[in-house]
Design a protein around this ligand. Structure first.
Ligand SMILES: Nc1nc2c(ncn2[C@@H]2O[C@H](COP(=O)(O)OP(=O)(O)OP(=O)(O)O)[C@@H](O)[C@H]2O)c(=O)[nH]1
Ligand SMILES: [Mg+2]
Length: 394
């Protein structure tokens, strides 16, 4: 190796780029004799070295291994900036090759595992899977889609994506915005859900939308008396909106507070975040909602949570009461497909989505087409531009 590298250095100088080295044994005389060979592939800087009259670069020079072991000298040579640069380049290119081989393998394995997915739509199927749409659901979607597509449409990516979005939309039940149908007394809406999912922020967004955009009279109530900060948070929004805020600590107080807001068209109730495992607190919450004669209860879920987490929350909070589902933090979600899976599974309709921290801008009425587009348009990670293409708040 030392001899070979010295030759490289002598012929190509200190800037030599070592692209590849290998040792192998050459059999000679019908395999009776063997010779150890060191092969070095080197180039001269960016332009690969071409010896006079030789073929195209890079050059491979088999060199007989010298009898002395001079690994240290070789290491010194390999530690020159040119050699380590070449070494990194070599690693990079090998990693890239490996990555593409793994991707091919994944694709082949998935294709083998899912022989019923039409090949022409396999990329679309993969896009659904990348966004964690459940395999069975994704398979059904593209199979059904395939049946409706004419051969000339298959090559038209935009057309196929549009049709796929339509199918997803059809499978996603939504409720539309909060509407007051009664003529007397307030329409009472409560938001419940696990801790930190964005209930209070969403209440503020809803109140602002109703009040500022539609000129409705909105009252706010919080039963989150566990933390001073929680009351302060809502108080700040109530003050900005000029809406009354009542803080209550018992179901009786809550009924009385609603009564006192009889001139409001809407009363929005904020609740303390509850752990889905806390049966006692969930029962207490049920008592509050019953006393309030709530017209609708929205379960608020963060779309950054795992599907398992969401399903458990839905199961547990359903024992309290869940009419509709709000998904928050879509701007932070990595896999929008989970939202689709969950809504499909639990037989509850989507009411709103929220897409950021800004009150009141980052809220939209849940629309199947919007979710479908997010699933289809996005790969891994958040695409701020897609999220920013927001829909209507009402
Ligand atoms: N990125 C992002 N953050 C959000 C969104 N909605 C709310 N948040 C943030 O999430 C955090 C928690 O929001 P809160 O409204 O206090 O959540 P909560 O459910 O009321 O929390 P608890 O009352 O403690 O259970 C805050 O920092 C909000 O700004 C959203 O759509 N996107
Ligand atoms: Mg809160």
């Amino acid at each position: 190796m030392v001899e070979a590298l010295n030759k490289v250095k002598a012929e190509l100088g200190h800037d030599a780029v070592i692209m590849h080295t290998r040792n192998y044994t050459r059999r000679r005389w019908l395999g009776l004799r063997s010779q150890e060979v060191v092969e070095v592939t080197a180039g001269n800087g960016v332009k690969a070295y071409r010896p006079r009259g030789a073929g195209p670069a890079p050059v491979s020079r088999p060199v007989a291994r010298p009898p002395v072991d001079a690994a240290a000298a070789a290491r010194t040579l390999l530690q020159t900036p040119a050699a380590s640069g070449a070494f990194m380049m070599g690693i990079q290119s090998e990693v890239a090759t490996l990555k593409s081989a793994v991707m091919d393998l994944v694709r082949e394995t998935r294709a083998a595992k899912t022989p019923t997915v039409p090949e022409e739509l396999f990329e679309h199927y993969l896009q659904l899977i990348r966004n964690q749409v459940e395999q069975e659901l994704a398979g059904d979607l593209v199979r059904d889609l395939r049946l409706t597509l004419r051969p000339e449409h298959l090559k038209n990516e935009d057309f196929v994506r549009e049709r796929l979005a339509e199918r997803i939309e059809k499978l996603l039940p939504t409720t539309g915005p909060i509407v007051r149908t009664k003529t007397v007394g307030p329409h009472v809406v409560a938001l419940i859900g696990p801790t930190g999912v964005g209930k209070t922020t969403t209440i503020a967004k809803l109140a602002a939308t109703l009040k500022l955009r539609e000129g409705r009279r909105v009252g706010l109530i919080t039963i989150d008396t566990y933390r001073i900060a929680a009351v302060d948070q809502l108080k700040k929004y109530a003050d900005i909106l000029g809406s009354p805020l009542r803080v209550v600590s018992s179901p009786e107080d809550l009924a009385a507070a609603i009564q006192s807001m009889n001139d409001c068209e809407f009363v929005l109730i904020d609740t303390a975040g509850r752990s889905p495992s806390d049966t006692l607190k969930l029962n207490e919450l049920r008592g509050f909602l019953a006393a309030a004669k709530t017209d609708e209860v929205h379960l608020v879920l963060s779309s950054t949570a795992s599907q398992e987490c969401m399903e458990r929350a839905i199961e547990r909070f359903s024992q309290v009461r869940v009419d509709k589902i709000i998904f928050t933090k879509l701007d932070e979600a990595v896999h929008i497909g989970v939202v689709f899976n969950v809504i499909r599974k639990v037989n509850k309709a989507l009411s709103y989505i929220t897409t950021g921290q800004d009150v009141p801008d980052h809220i939209e009425v849940g629309r199947g087409r919007r979710i479908a587009q997010l699933i289809i348009a996005r790969g891994e990670g958040t695409d701020a531009a897609v999220i920013a293409g927001r829909g209507e708040a009402r």
